[in-house]
Write a protein of this length. Structure first.
Length: 135
C-alpha cells in the first residue's frame, strides 16, 4: 500500500514537511524517523507530542539532546557522484599507509594532470607519514 500524504491531518502534513526540511537543511539524503521526532518536538506546546510526553513525565530536554545527537550522526549527501583514489605507499617497502581521495560533482575520470598532481601529493604524504612514524 502506497503512502498517501493527502490522507494525513493538516498538522501531520506540516510535521512531515518540517522533517523533510530538517533533513534537507542538514544535507541528509533522506528523511529519517529522528527528523520527524525533532519536527514534532519543535512544535512546542502548540503541538501534541511535547505536552503528551511531559504529561507522561518524560524528560523532554534530554530527549531533544538524544535526537540532536542522532541527527548529527546521520549520513550527509555532499553532492559528489564521482570519486577516485590513489594509495599512499611507503617509500621503504611499498606498504599502503593510507589513501589520497578526490571527489567530483560529476561522473568522470581524473585528468592526466590530476593523476600527476595526486601522485606527487601522495608521495609527499608518504614521506611525512614515514617521518612521523620514526619519531
Amino acid at each position: 500500500m502506497a503512502f498517501r500524504f493527502e490522507k494525513l491531518t493538516h498538522k501531520a502534513q506540516e510535521a512531515v514537511q518540517r522533517a523533510q526540511e530538517l533533513a534537507s537543511d542538514a544535507g541528509n539524503p533522506q528523511m529519517e524517523p529522528a527528523h520527524l521526532l525533532a519536527a514534532l518536538l519543535d512544535e512546542g506546546s502548540e503541538g501534541i507530542v511535547r505536552p503528551v510526553l511531559e504529561k507522561l513525565g518524560a524528560n523532554v530536554g534530554q530527549l531533544e539532546k538524544i535526537v540532536d545527537s542522532e541527527l548529527k550522526h546521520l549520513p550527509r549527501s555532499l553532492g559528489y557522484i564521482g570519486a577516485w583514489s590513489m594509495p599512499i605507499r611507503s617509500p621503504r617497502n611499498g606498504a599502503v599507509l593510507g589513501t589520497f581521495g578526490t571527489y567530483y560533482r560529476d561522473r568522470r575520470e581524473p585528468t592526466a594532470h590530476e593523476v600527476k598532481a595526486i601522485g606527487k601529493l601522495a608521495g609527499l604524504a608518504a614521506r611525512a607519514l614515514e617521518r612521523d612514524a620514526m619519531r
